[in-house]
Design a protein around this ligand. Structure first.
Ligand SMILES: Nc1ncnc2c1ncn2[C@@H]1O[C@H](COP(=O)(O)OP(=O)(O)OP(=O)(O)O)[C@@H](O)[C@H]1O
Length: 320
């Protein structure tokens, strides 16, 4: 099962440039979360901070008791093993076939026998829809397949948390939709905690349980997907609609209130969340999410509350 990640008061600067400040959130165990944000708002820096690869000046990232910011190198290194990473381009070795690429972490970090490695690699390849492709080189397959191979490699050490940095980059809408389904299916089977950084509204609207958005050095929102998808904050609404009208892309000194007045109110139709493919188990993370959100419903704005009650009256189930 996945584990919680608790982020509290995180602030990161590079020299005089503040990337984000006082970021606090919890990535709940086994749930899928998406982090949105315009280019350059520090989404990748945030992922690297969760891993302890970048050290914020203030705040904590707690992973089962280890602080990835201030913990000792030994503890951070050990905690990092709980993570699986899916990079934008799959980050595969071009000279190795897919089997050897995916087997690589097992050969590097475990004493598994070749028979065990073979079983695990083939199982993970099947999980991401790459059965029978073991002998292909990364250069012989499509971008979507490379990403799935990168996901299989991220899964091979049984991580409890999976971080994906822009998994949709370079993919057409159909392959992006297929990849979303694969990510959800992986979550259904493994119950791992997932954080996906993306600009893609289709992914954000259909895949996660929770969505956050980084904008102008702040985490402007983080919560159930309905919270962000019904938000009337100018930057969030502009981002969701891909509009040129709004604060994003404008001079920093523009007044948010004035921009909001000019923008008017537009609603975003919230599609149904994806469900696991037939034959796979129900998502445990979705069940926990449902219970948690229903318990916290009164604290959400009316727009989010209405969207949740309209869609989530029963615990999610494949057959309902
Ligand atoms: N090691 C570093 N040293 C100095 N500045 C950095 C470093 N890493 C990132 N930055 C700066 O931090 C800012 C945020 O970068 P980051 O790549 O996290 O943005 P992002 O939101 O992921 O962008 P995109 O959506 O375009 O990928 C950028 O201005 C970048 O130049």
């Amino acid at each position: 099962m996945g584990i919680d990640i608790h982020v509290a008061g995180l602030t990161k600067s590079f020299g005089p440039q503040v990337i984000w400040q006082d970021v606090s959130l919890t990535l709940p165990a086994g749930e899928i979360s998406v982090m949105l944000g315009p280019s350059g708002t520090g989404k990748t820096v945030f992922l690297k901070s969760l891993l302890g690869l970048i050290k914020p000046e203030q705040g904590r990232v707690l992973v089962e008791g280890t602080d990835m910011v201030a913990g000792s190198d030994r503890k951070v290194f050990r905690a990092r093993r709980k993570f699986g990473l899916m990079f934008q381009d799959g980050a595969l070795f071009g000279s190795m076939n897919l089997f050897d690429n995916i087997a690589f972490p097992l050969r590097q970090h475990t004493r598994a026998t070749e028979a065990e490695i073979r079983r695990k690699v083939l199982e993970r390849m099947a999980m991401v829809g790459l059965d029978g492709e073991e002998r292909k080189l990364p250069g012989q397959i499509s971008g979507g397949m490379r990403k799935r191979a990168g996901l299989a490699r991220a899964l091979v050490l049984d991580p409890q948390i999976i971080l994906c940095d822009e998994p949709d980059s370079g993919l057409d809408p159909v392959r992006t939709a297929l990849l979303s389904q694969v990510l959800l299916d992986v979550n259904a089977v493994t119950d791992c905690t997932m954080l996906i950084v993306t600009h893609n509204i289709e992914i954000a609207a259909t895949l996660p349980d929770n969505i956050g958005m980084l904008y102008r050095r702040d985490l402007v929102a983080f919560g159930p997907r309905e919270l962000l998808l019904t938000s009337d904050q100018p930057a969030v609404a502009q981002f969701l609609h891909g509009s040129t009208i709004g604060p994003i892309g404008m001079a920093e000194e523009k007044d948010d209130a004035e921009l909001a007045r000019n923008q008017g109110t537009r609603t975003f139709d919230i599609p149904d969340q994806l469900r696991p493919s037939p034959g796979l188990p129900d998502r445990q993370g979705a069940r926990r999410h449902h219970a948690r959100v229903m318990a916290e419903l009164d604290r959400l704005p009316a727009s989010a509350r209405n969207a949740i009650t309209a869609k989530l009256t029963d615990p999610p189930s494949q057959t309902s």
